[in-house]
Design a protein around this ligand. Structure first.
Ligand code: NAD
Length: 298
């Protein structure tokens, strides 16, 4: 079998970001309002600092403003909640993201739930999770949205197909499953209405399940967990994993081997990762429009 088509997240994300930048420029002329994202970073985890910096840079390139709120690692849950209350009340801030992971002593769910639902551009607050489950999302969570966008850009529909998602996190696996079983998650019915199976660390016979996938999504955080014998010939393979190893960044999929079995595959890096940031920009812009009065928006 010929090698799989490589789903290029980098160029797809660049095209989406260029579209967003154009829309933001027109919006600013019309409304005089600059979409603004506030990122809250607690502690000094080096990877988190890089992620936040990348998000800030992406905002600037799209013509949006960004603000970084840096808090020391010893910040208490209560102090963080108070900071979020200030950002929630600040009319100049349209989107708020709390960079994860938070230090262990902080009650992460209560923090995520405190972000005003209209500013919750990661879509992690309970209200937005509930709306997604009900099939009427306010914002779509960035990484799952990026996955569906990539499938859409390459014309790989999921309707009626069996999608197997390995990983059930609140950030990737669960919200992606909810998007794919919905009747429409914003990109048309062809990119929803899937038959979805979610696997996790206690799933038995993982390989039997993954082999039945038309579209296989790995979101685990274990280098090369998905080997070629776990993939149905001709399947589409989406690798969400980002693992730092001695050989550099690798995904959850054994890329070199799976490439000769799959019909399409995402690389790591340069696959899903860049789409996540593009979707964050899209949500920040949407949040800004949502919070701007119709008169100002013109
Ligand atoms: P997580 O640790 O919260 O969840 C991992 C999931 O994998 C859990 O549901 C667990 O049950 C499951 N799992 C663990 N071992 C397993 C096994 N042997 N078999 C089957 N399932 C198993 O992780 P997460 O936050 O969802 O992130 C997953 C990966 O995706 C990480 O590598 C992370 O860095 C990456 N990620 C990438 C992006 C991106 O933008 N591309 C965004 C978020 C996360």
């Amino acid at each position: 079998m010929a090698d799989a088509m490589v789903l290029d997240g980098k160029s797809t994300a660049a095209a989406i970001r260029a579209e967003i930048a154009e829309q933001v420029a027109q919006w600013k002329t019309r409304s005089g309002v600059t979409p603004t994202l506030a990122a809250v970073l607690v502690g000094d985890d080096p990877a988190s600092q890089v992620y936040v910096r990348n998000k800030e840079r992406a905002c600037e390139k799209a013509g949006m403003d960004s603000r970084l709120v840096r808090l020391p690692a010893e910040t208490t849950t209560e102090e963080l909640l108070q900071q979020l209350d200030r950002l929630n009340q600040d009319a100049a801030v349209h989107g708020i993201l709390v960079q994860l992971p938070l230090p262990k002593h902080i009650d992460a769910q209560s923090v995520l739930d405190r972000v005003s639902p209209n500013k919750d551009v990661d879509a992690f607050a309970a209200e937005n999770v509930g709306l997604l489950v009900q099939g009427r999302p306010r914002f779509l969570p960035c990484t799952p949205h990026g996955v569906v966008h990539l499938l859409h850009r390459y014309g790989l529909p999921v309707q009626g197909r069996h999608v197997v998602i390995v990983g059930r996190s609140d950030i990737v696996g669960k919200p992606l499953a909810n998007m794919l079983v919905a009747r429409d998650c914003g990109l048309g019915q062809e990119y929803a209405n899937a038959t979805v199976t979610v696997c996790h660390s206690l799933s038995r016979s993982l390989a039997d399940i993954t082999r039945s996938a038309d579209i296989l999504v790995a979101a685990v955080g274990q280098p090369r967990l998905i080997t070629a014998d776990m993939v149905q010939p001709g399947a589409v393979v989406i690798d969400v994993g980002i693992n730092r190893t001695d050989q550099g960044l690798v995904g959850d999929v054994d890329y070199d081997a799976v490439r000769s079995v799959a019909s399409a595959i995402t690389p790591v890096p340069g696959g899903v990762g860049p789409l996540t940031i593009a979707m964050l920009l899209q949500n920040t812009f949407a949040a800004c429009r949502l919070q701007t009065s119709p008169r100002a928006a013109g």
